[in-house]
Design a binder for this molecule. Structure first.
Ligand code: MV4
Length: 442
């Protein structure tokens, strides 16, 4: 096992990883920017180093500085958290070159899955259903030809896409050429890669994902599934485990697909296979090669510390439990608490004047907030995650309402009341909702 890990991230995920390390007896090294001198992760780690200015490119994305620091302090591993450098194959490769373990499935797998059209090929090869789609589009004429073949509506996707950037739905041929130009421009600016392909666009889909844990011996355990269909502008707001209203047949088939995909690429550590679900069918969307924000709902239901096992499997330790040992009877819901203006959803800033964190059985608040903490405009607006777990979905909704009513955050405008609206909304309560639910509720 590693004796010291550098955490190349900030906020709640850095705190989450530091907690896991402490419990495992691993020393922790935090990095931070000038804007984060008072951040909780800096206080919690055994050692903390300021590595640059507030802009992420000057600090949390500065590969050279991070790797040099890891070597200087004797960290054998780096935990990238989510976002930041977590899915950057170049960073993975540079860590490998310096003999530092990046807690991830490795550069090769990240490279494959990071290119969406390659990921689709791997999925196809593994027998996983994919939506009808094109090769990389060569030019306007090629795009028109593919769209004719696939049938409108189609969705253009940047090969390197992520975070909702570089996608566009096209409903008619006369919109196609300008949409392609737009997506290419956006992809070039955001990812320095303007390759684009297209898929048949499926309307009214659910976003369901399967959590996997794999070790170097090739053992793959499925840690259930999550519904993440409650999203606004490509930001997830609410996640639940398990996804409500899936047929048991569809669920088992999805699990088999996720497992086949993991085995096909020799996956090690934790990962997520995302699917689109429509009626009684599912299609591969992408694979995330990192720890995800919403891993916590899975932990509450499965009884597995996902970060602990991510670290263990990255260190080469084999998984000692089996599929049958994974609990799946409970239901967990997570509300992402974000610093945002309640009217226009723009990010909010301010000083935490008052904070009361809800308590009780199976109520969890993962965050890096504390009294008097200053929320700055430099980073993601997610302040924390309120998670509850109960025997039934109805019980979890009731518990979330109770927890939200108890939650107090004064000084930073946030979306507590928006979450209450969802918990009281008929469509959400019934559970058979899709990615269109936000337009209906908000
Ligand atoms: C899709 C889709 C429907 N059909 N692909 C891709 C990136 C991911 N973040 C969302 N993606 C989607 N891909 C096909 N073939 C629906 C989504 C999708 C979505 C698209 C636009 C705006 C919001 C969305 C929310 C969930 C899923």
């Amino acid at each position: 096992m590693f004796s010291k890990i550098l955490i190349a991230n900030r906020s709640e995920v850095a705190v989450r990883v530091i907690r896991a390390c402490k419990e495992m007896g691993i020393e922790t090294v935090a990095i931070y920017s000038d804007a984060d001198a008072d951040a909780l992760h800096v206080e919690m780690a055994d050692e903390s180093y300021c590595i640059g200015g507030p802009l992420v490119k000057d600090s949390y994305l500065n590969m050279d500085v991070i790797i040099t620091l890891a070597q200087a302090v004797g960290a054998e591993a780096i935990h990238p958290g989510y976002g930041m450098l977590s899915e950057n194959p170049e960073f993975a490769r540079r860590c490998e070159e310096k003999n530092i373990t990046l807690i991830s499935p490795g550069a090769e797998v990240m490279e494959k899955m990071g290119q969406k059209e390659v990921a689709r090929e791997v999925a196809k090869y593994a027998g996983v259903p994919i939506t009808p789609g094109s090769d990389i589009l060569k030019n306007d004429k090629d795009a028109i030809k593919w769209a004719k073949k696939i049938g409108y509506p189609v969705i253009l996707k940047a090969r390197a896409g992520g975070g909702g950037k570089g996608i566009r739905v096209v409903r008619e041929e006369n919109e196609l050429v300008s949409a392609l130009e737009q997506v290419k421009k956006e992809a070039k600016n955001s990812f320095a890669d303007d390759a684009v392909f297209m898929e048949k666009y499926l309307e009214n889909v659910k976003h369901v994902e399967v959590q996997i844990l794999a070790d170097k011996s090739g053992k793959v355990v499925i840690l259930g599934d999550r519904d993440c269909s409650v999203q606004r502008k490509n930001q997830k707001l609410i996640e639940e485990c398990p996804a409500p209203v899936l047929s048991e047949e569809l669920r088992q088939s999805m699990y088999e697909s996720a497992k086949a995909l993991a085995k096909a690429v020799g996956y090690v550590t934790v990962g997520t296979v995302e699917f689109l679900v429509k009626d009684n069918a599912y299609y591969f969307m992408e694979m995330n090669t990192r720890l995800q924000v919403e891993h916590s709902v899975t932990e509450m239901v499965c009884g597995i510390d996902i970060v602990e096992w991510q670290i263990r499997t990255a260190a080469g330790i084999e998984i000692p439990f089996d599929q049958k040992d994974i609990a799946h009877k409970k239901h967990a819901i997570e509300c992402r608490i974000c610093a945002e203006n309640s009217k226009d959803f723009t990010p909010a800033t301010g000083k935490v004047e008052l904070l009361h964190i809800p308590g009780g059985v199976d109520v969890r608040f993962d965050s890096a907030l504390y009294q008097n903490y200053e929320v700055t405009p430099f980073y993601d607006s997610m302040l924390g995650k309120l998670i509850v777990c109960a025997d039934t979905r109805d019980g979890a909704i009731r518990k979330m309402k109770s927890a939200l009513s108890e939650f107090v955050l004064v000084g930073v405008e946030n979306n507590r009341e928006m979450h209450m609206k969802f918990m009281e909304n008929g469509k959400f309560v019934v559970g058979n909702y899709d990615t269109g639910i936000c337009q209906k509720v908000l």
